[in-house]
Design a protein. Structure first.
Length: 420
């Protein structure tokens, strides 16, 4: 699908959908739990449905309603799947489900996904699961899907460099169900706030563990998850696009449903926008951003890699130069987002320099052009927001990718366009 955009002011309010990170963790923990769980206001998207399909294949009974999902778990004892588990485009699902498949007592599971998933590295996670007693093998021997996974996770010790936090989240979610105790040494951890989301879920479940400054974890085995009833918080990663939209010239946008006390690291985007010079007002669950003179700045976004595409677009409209740094893991997402954003912004006339771990963006006079999403949902949404500031037509190819995490994005964007 092509999305054609033209310059138009953005004014109004957007109800932000549920968090992808919370939804997928909730599905996994509910599936691993004993009894029934209720997830209210979950994110309904392709990634979330991939998690539902994966954990249904492992034995969970899941009923999807419009307002809530009901999940009857398999009590920490997954069944051998009848077929290959296809996680589609969901890296979070792949990595968490790898750990859950390692709990199998009989047989094996096979996990794969789309062409992007089959390029995304999971070798360190597979090695750690093998250290802990599982049998995980990459069928092509390259540390990427497809994987053949068998159990049983016994516990023990492992050391893992987490270029993506999803490796550690998978171990933390599944290790409590191992037969014995687990110790995890973490010499490198990117995206630490996402581990914070995982630890928050484990705390709510009264899972016992010891944590030494996110560098070492000791997790007793033989624990259990219990059914729960919760409302999924709104997604700061999705809100990033509309928060940043409010900071652009002529705009004022309110994001509704955000909890500034939630564990999501992407709430830091509000502070990033302050550093650019945007006006911010927070009233309850409403965050309103309006334009002021934007000035380039340097941002360390290691904790918030998903914000890179939108911040790169915003930086084109800020006076001077902006540096987005310390985010090498952005190259390991659905695409190499550092290279892709440089490439696509240059098509629009931007002056961008590529670093090994980020981007340097200079204030630029942009023009309409044809650009490509590279099948990356966050690239689509970032370019679409930027296009509302650019003279002429901007055509975004493969815009359907936005549905991976935000199916209503285009409708929500159109709802705040000022009709001239």
């Amino acid at each position: 699908m092509d999305l054609t955009m033209e310059a138009t002011p953005l004014q109004g309010a957007v109800e932000i959908p549920g968090s992808k990170s919370h939804t997928i963790r909730a599905v996994a923990i509910a599936a691993l739990a004993e009894g029934e769980s209720v997830l209210r206001a979950p994110l309904i998207s392709e990634d979330a449905r991939a998690a539902v399909a994966a954990f249904t294949a492992l034995g969970a009974e899941i009923e999807l309603g419009e307002e809530a999902w009901r999940i009857r778990g398999f009590g920490g004892e997954p069944r051998t799947p009848d077929n290959v588990i296809d996680v589609a485009n969901s890296g979070t699902t792949l990595r968490i489900a790898l750990g859950s498949c390692a709990l199998l007592r009989d047989g094996v599971a096979v996990l794969t996904g789309d062409h992007q998933i089959r390029r995304r590295p999971c070798g360190p996670l597979a090695a750690s699961l093998n250290d802990l007693g599982a049998r995980v093998e990459s069928t092509r021997g390259n540390g990427c899907a497809p994987f053949v996974v068998g159990g049983t996770l016994r516990g023990g010790q492992t050391t893992i460099e987490c270029k993506t936090s999803q490796y550690l989240s998978s171990l933390l979610i599944n290790a409590p169900l191992a037969e014995g105790d687990t110790t995890i040494h973490v010499p490198l951890l990117n995206e630490a706030p996402y581990v914070g989301i995982t630890l928050d879920w484990l705390t709510r479940q009264k899972i016992q563990l010891q944590c030494d400054e996110l560098r070492e974890f000791h997790i007793p085995g033989g624990q259990r998850y219990r059914g729960f009833n919760c409302r999924i918080p709104a997604d700061f990663s999705s809100a990033t696009f509309f928060l940043a939209a409010g900071a652009l010239p002529g705009n004022k946008v309110t994001c509704v449903g955000l909890d500034m006390n939630d564990t999501q690291g992407d709430r830091a985007v509000v502070d990033y926008l302050r550093q650019f010079g945007a006006n911010i007002q927070i009233e309850g669950d409403r965050v309103t951003v309006s334009h002021d003179d934007l000035v380039g700045c340097e941002l360390d976004i290691n904790a918030t890699p998903d914000a890179l595409p939108m911040l790169a677009v915003l930086a084109c409209f800020a006076r001077g130069t902006t540096r987005l740094v310390n985010v090498p893991q952005a190259r390991m997402k659905e695409t190499d987002r550092i290279a892709v954003m440089r490439m696509e912004l240059e098509k629009l006339g931007a002056r961008v320099e590529e670093l090994a771990d980020g981007l340097i963006i200079h204030e630029s006079k942009l023009h309409g052009a044809e650009v490509d999403s590279h099948d990356d949902h966050r690239v689509v949404m970032s370019l679409a927001i930027g296009a509302t500031q650019i003279p002429g037509k901007t055509i975004i190819h493969h815009a359907e990718a936005a549905a991976v995490t935000y199916p209503e994005f285009v409708n929500h964007l159109r709802s705040i366009m000022v009709k001239g």
